[in-house]
Structures are given as C-alpha cells and as structure tokens.
Design a binder for this molecule. Structure first.
Ligand code: AMP
Length: 303
C-alpha cells in the first residue's frame, strides 16, 4: 500500500544536556520518511535550497526504501533551518530560530508516479501547503497530518480548514491544549475530532501517547530508556508518526486495534531516533533491532 509524505527538510542546530550538534540533517519529512522506511517503502515530496549539504543527501540515500523522486533542489533558494535547545527535562524545548527560506516560496511539484498513493502523511509544514498536496492524490484512502505551535500561532484559519479534510491528526499534548484551549487531553481530543479528523493521537513525550478513535481509546507508554540512551529527542514525534503510518500502510487498516499496534511501532521507531543527534539513530536501526524492541515493548506493556 503506497505511502507518501510531504513536509520539511531542515538543517538543524540542536543543544541538549548530552551535547550540541550544528548543521545536522533534520526536518519533519526527513525523520518521518527515514522512520517509515524501516517498515515500508515511502515516497517523499520536499524542497531544499542550493545550500543543502551533499552529506545530507548521502544520509537520505542510506535509507534504500525512500523514493526521492519528489525531492526538489531549488537553485537561488535557501534550505529551511531550525534551532532548538532542550531543557534538562527533555519534554521541554525552546525554539531558538526558524528560518523558513524555501518554505516561503511555492511548494515542490509532485511527480506523476506518486499519483496512485493511498496513504498520505502531511508532516509539519504550513497548513496551506499541506492542504494543497491533497489535490495530487485522487486515490487517497487515509490522510493523516501533524501540526505544531508555530502553525497554530500564525496560520490558525488555514489549519482549521485542513482539519476538516483529515482522517487523523497527530500532535503533542501542549499543541492539543493550545489548539482547543482545553487542558484535559481527553476533552481536547474530543474537540479536535469535532473539527474534522475521525481519530487523534496525542503524543506526550516520555509519557507515551493517547489515541482517541471512534471505536474507543488507547494509551501506550514510551519505551523506558536509560539516561545514556536519551541524547536528542529532535524528530521523535515525526519518527513516531513514521513508524505508526508505516504499520498502517503495511496492513491497509485503520481500526482501533491496528492503530494501537501502529503506535507501538511508532514508539519503537522513536526509541532509535532519540539515541543520537540527527538521523544517526535511525541509520543504525535494523529489522532485528526493531523487532526485538517491539517484542520487549509488548512484554512490558501487557498485564
Ligand atoms: P519533532 O522533534 O518531531 O517536533 O521534529 C523536529 C524537526 O522538525 C526538526 O528536525 C526541524 O527541522 C523540524 N521543524 C521544526 N520546526 C518546524 C516547523 N515549524 N515546521 C516544520 N518542521 C519543523
């Protein structure tokens, strides 16, 4: 079942209590595609500027199941850049800068070869760009999006228009509260579903994730990790979504039990991302490491 993602490719500068990384590969599309590709082939639609480092291209190419036909390199433009600093409590971070660059220009073209895509993930980018992408996928079966505080702040009307066209939304707890004005996450999830999506997944960092679905609810913890395994949480949300959508696309289903299991794959995938800066944690993931962590996660969550 064909999965496509659109979102950002970024050049990130990140500081955490484990150290700092300058100019590493990041972006919502990047983390999602790398993560999903551990489970299924994935098509990407994204744009970078002429300053995009060749080493970053090699990192993407190291994920053989990512189809890069929809990656545009635009001359005369600058790649999206983002800087963030995490607090000692790594659930909290401050954005130090966001330079939209090429994201302020027209969106990248979608290759004709992608038009039969069935499973669509709209990773974080401007909600108008997310909405415009939908027109390119007439055979879409399931559309899920992510969003974040910046877009709730500066593009709320566009975001609300997008919500009406979604099957699912993935966002973190602070964003769910910001979007609805509701501190209680069950209430916030219900209100978000009233805006359009039939299901919503609320991520809670190291405290796991919560699913509100028409057939019921589900909660999963995060993977318990030693301090040494927690280096940089950047991209964990996108990696969680990548693992989750990878499983949904692989099964072709979106019932409550399937999404619950998909969230477990998302959790396992994100546990690889957090172990290193940038994409390195996902690069060292293998079928074996994914399966053994999945088995372990199942063991520690069942009772
Ligand atoms: P996450 O930690 O899952 O929220 O993802 C962080 C990644 O998203 C970083 O690699 C950034 O390059 C990228 N990012 C940061 N801010 C934005 C934004 N406003 N829109 C799209 N992508 C962003």
């Amino acid at each position: 079942m064909s999965l496509v993602v659109t979102g950002t490719i970024g050049i990130d500068s990140v500081e955490t209590s484990s150290g700092a990384a300058e100019g590493v590969m990041g972006g919502s599309c990047t983390y999602f595609a790398a993560a999903a590709s551990l489970l299924v082939p994935v098509r990407m639609v994204a744009v970078v500027g002429e300053d995009w480092p060749t080493e970053h291209e090699s990192v993407l190419e190291s994920f053989p199941r990512i189809d890069m036909a929809g990656l545009e390199r635009r001359s005369g433009s600058s790649t999206f850049r983002w800087g963030g600093r995490y607090h000692d409590d790594m659930n909290e971070r401050d954005t130090l800068f966001t330079e939209l660059g090429v994201l302020e220009e027209s969106p990248p073209p979608v290759p004709d070869t992608y038009s039969d895509s069935r499973f669509i993930f709209l990773a974080n980018t401007h909600p108008s760009v997310q909405a415009e992408m939908l027109e390119h996928f007439p055979d879409r079966e399931l559309v899920v999006a992510d969003t974040m505080n910046l877009w709730i702040d500066i593009a709320l009307a566009e975001l609300k228009a997008l919500l009406a066209r979604l099957d699912g939304l993935v966002l973190n707890d602070a964003e769910a509260s910001q979007l609805t004005g509701e501190a209680n996450l069950v209430e916030a999830a219900k209100q978000i579903c009233d805006m359009g999506p039939s299901f919503v997944v609320i991520k809670k960092g190291e405290h796991g994730a919560f699913l509100h679905h028409p057939d019921g609810m589900a909660v999963l913890p995060a993977m318990p990790l030693d301090a040494a395994q927690v280096v940089d949480p950047t991209g964990c949300g996108d990696s969680f979504a990548g693992g989750m959508m990878g499983h949904i696309a692989a099964t072709g289903r979106s019932d409550l039990a399937t999404i619950r299991e998909a969230m477990a794959w998302g959790t396992v995938t994100a546990s690889h991302t957090i172990a290193e800066f940038g994409l390195a944690g996902l690069q060292s993931a293998t079928d074996k490491s994914m399966q053994s962590r999945f088995d372990r996660f199942r063991e520690i969550t069942s009772f």
